[in-house]
Design a protein around this ligand. Structure first.
Ligand code: UN1
Length: 498
């Protein structure tokens, strides 16, 4: 029996989708069907937006600390259900259990942080230039927010958007990735249990083409927040631009780890392995480039390749497994196509991997071998484009300055890292690397939710999720002047008139 999941619109769980149903399968074992979901389109989006618009009228008036209490409760429920959710997530999208537990933990951290904002959300009070006049700024909610989220962090990323948006007083239409709809249903169930009023959060399952597009074009959606590829992000920005919708984009990455000749190699190797092959390379923050100082390059490559080849690959529900499958066959083809491109590019050398992992249980999943290219040059496609798989491009450089040039030589700017013991070098790197996040002596993955998350260049459009900076996405400023002088006072004029 395949479990049947539903949409959630205006406080009701609705089984039928106007476009039928779709199945969600376990990428580590295609015999395992996680569930059947309503395939939705414009009809459901219209109903969800109407419910969210209506609910906004009262939700915006609920005091922020009370809204935050509901998010705090959602965090408490996530704590109780952490293991169950992690297991479902591993089944649904393949990453290993310690990582899916971390994914839920990121949602818990976000819940408590966002709940705290319910009692902060600071604005400014400033002196006014005229006597008997008071000036301050306050944050106002924006309205109905369309949240379009990816499959690689099925709990964490939706919470990054939904929790703070709700504390700010917005209402939500949530369209999760069609590869991870079960985690999304669980998250919405948790919000319902935590006491979210009807219509405040609505869940519509389906494809980007059917559901996502309807959200983008709906006149009553005031804001769209999206995490995913730069290609789709560009399209979303175009549509939202045309309609003057607010839009927040978290897009791709081509993150590099620099290893200088004075680095602690042990540490740098461990970091590179985790950064490159954690989540099977399917993080926007994944280490897809390693930039080695020539003096340590040979030793590093030899040891790195050995470590990569020894990784235990398999079904993430097995606690001893270190790397799971790719999300689906389409992604496996994309990854493999990049490997073919890399093999044909001038002088890049494929050292290990570059093929499907097959045989026995592997034949039932979308497994791919850890893949390492060396002698990569910055103008190659495998050096510049996001692959989203366990594929690493290794560069060898002769100096710190060359390392910085190489790390900056992509259009992306999400995360980066440098391994060095030299504090001067570390600070120059922090200043000169063009990314939104830079680590010293740590891998490119592993952002904590109390610092801004996001990137420069083609990685986004200037917004930052997490931290208090997320409030700038989900609120707009209102400036307030109260004149208690009892007369007309003209700014800039009466102030300076004798
Ligand atoms: C992503 O890669 O899409 O910093 C998000 C990290 C995680 C979040 C990654 N905390 O790697």
């Amino acid at each position: 029996m395949v479990e049947k999941y539903k949409n959630y619109i205006n406080g009701e769980w609705i089984a039928d989708g106007s476009l039928g149903t779709f199945k969600n399968i376990n990428p580590a074992n295609t015999d395992d069907i996680v569930g059947e979901f309503p395939s939705s389109g414009k009809e459901e989006v219209d109903a969800a937006v109407a419910a969210a618009k209506e609910a906004f009228k009262s939700w915006r008036l609920v005091p922020a600390p009370k809204r935050a209490d509901i998010i705090k409760r959602a965090g408490d429920i996530l704590v109780e259900r952490k293991e169950e959710l992690a297991r479902l997530m591993t089944r649904e999208m393949g990453k290993i259990l310690i990582e899916t537990r971390g994914d839920v933990q990121e949602g818990i951290d976000t819940a408590y942080y966002a709940a705290g904002e319910g009692r902060r959300m600071f604005g400014d009070t400033v002196p006014c230039e005229l006597p008997n006049k008071f000036g301050m700024s306050v944050r106002m909610p924006i309205g109905v927010c369309g949240m379009i989220t990816p499959w690689n962090f099925p709990i964490a990323i939706p919470t990054w958007k939904i929790f703070p948006a709700l504390v700010c007083g917005n209402t939500v239409v949530f369209k999760p990735a069609s590869d991870t709809p079960a985690s999304a249903v669980k998250l919405v169930e948790i919000l319902e249990e935590a006491g979210i009023p009807k219509g405040v959060v609505n869940l519509v399952n389906g494809t980007g083409k059917n559901v996502g597009e309807a959200i983008l074009h709906h006149p009553d959606v005031a804001l769209v927040a999206f995490t995913g590829s730069s290609e789709i992000g560009r399209h979303i920005a175009e549509v939202c631009g045309k309609h003057l919708k607010r839009v927040s984009l978290e897009l791709g990455g081509k993150n590099g780890q620099i290893v200088m000749d004075d680095a602690n190699l042990e540490l740098a190797l461990e970091g590179a392995l985790w950064g490159a092959f954690g989540t099977t390379g399917q993080r926007c923050t994944a280490t897809s480039r390693i930039i080695l100082h020539r003096k340590i390059a040979d030793e590093f490559i030899e040891r790195f390749v050995q470590l990569a080849q020894n990784l235990k690959i398999g079904n993430g529900l097995d606690e001893s497994v270190q790397m799971g499958p790719l999300i689906n066959q389409r992604q496996r083809e994309i990854v493999h196509n990049y490997v073919e491109i890399g093999k044909n590019e001038d002088k890049a050398k494929l050292l290990i991997g570059g093929e499907y992992l097959t045989g026995g249980e592997y034949d039932k999943g979308f497994f791919y071998k850890p893949t390492v290219f060396v002698d990569v040059k910055p103008d190659m496609r495998i050096a510049k484009e996001e692959i989203f798989g366990p594929v690493v491009a290794v560069f060898t450089v002769d100096s710190f300055d060359e390392a910085i040039d190489v790390i900056n030589s992509t259009s992306y700017g999400l995360s980066s890292s440098i391994y060095t013991q030299d504090v001067n070098q570390a600070f120059r790197a922090l200043r000169d690397i063009e990314t939104g996040i830079t680590y010293v002596n740590g891998p490119t993955i592993g952002a904590e939710i109390q610092l801004p998350f996001g990137g420069v260049k083609d990685t986004g459009n200037g917004h930052r999720e997490s931290s208090h900076t997320v409030l700038d996405i989900f609120t707009e400023w209102k400036s307030i002047y109260v004149d208690y002088s009892g007369k007309l006072q003209r700014a800039q004029i009466d102030t300076y008139e004798e």
